[in-house]
Design a protein around this ligand. Structure first.
Ligand code: DQA
Length: 155
């Protein structure tokens, strides 16, 4: 069975009450429950991590990558700043899909740049909570293919 770690960064613990006009009304627990259902249908084992601390996120990405698990990550504001998270992806060889609830490209200019996107297999943004489900659908065949070929490419 392939494994996927769903990693959420700073302030995503506030989903549901945080700027619902931008991020929607679903809580992180709602999103995780939706993913768990889909994962069972796809035959994927999920692990959930949320932290407001950059180092904890670095540890989580490394752990997933070194274990050969896929990563669905919404790095929150660290998307725009964290070279450490990017290095954790390249250093551990993690296969990553980056997710943003909002369309970061339609927002402030400082949200237009992501440290993560260049080292991700794919990026989904602007589709709200549905983006996480789409990321799970997308990463599953990529991981199965990677496991079958024994490859260590992350893009
Ligand atoms: C976000 C977009 C980021 O710019 C912001 O800092 C977040 C959430 C999103 O999901 O749309 O915390 O990653």
């Amino acid at each position: 069975m392939v494994a996927v770690h769903v990693i959420n960064g700073p302030n995503l613990n506030l989903l549901g009450r945080r700027e619902p006009q931008t991020y929607g009304s679903q809580t992180l627990a709602d999103i995780e429950a939706m993913l768990e259902k889909r994962a069972q249908a796809l035959g994927v084992a999920l692990t959930f991590v949320q932290s407001n601390h950059e180092g904890v996120l670095v540890d989580a990405v490394q752990a997933a990558g070194l274990a050969g698990a896929g990563v669905i990550i919404n790095p929150g504001a660290y998307s725009h700043t964290s070279i450490a998270l990017r290095d954790a992806i390249t250093g551990s060889g993690a296969l990553v899909i980056e997710v943003h609830l909002s369309n970061v490209h339609a927002r402030e200019p400082f949200r237009h740049t992501s440290m993560i996107s260049p080292v991700a297999a794919g990026v989904i943004c602007g589709l709200g909570a549905a983006g996480y489900g789409l990321a799970l659908e997308a990463i599953t065949p990529l991981l199965k293919k990677r496991t079958a070929s024994g490859a260590q490419e992350n893009r």
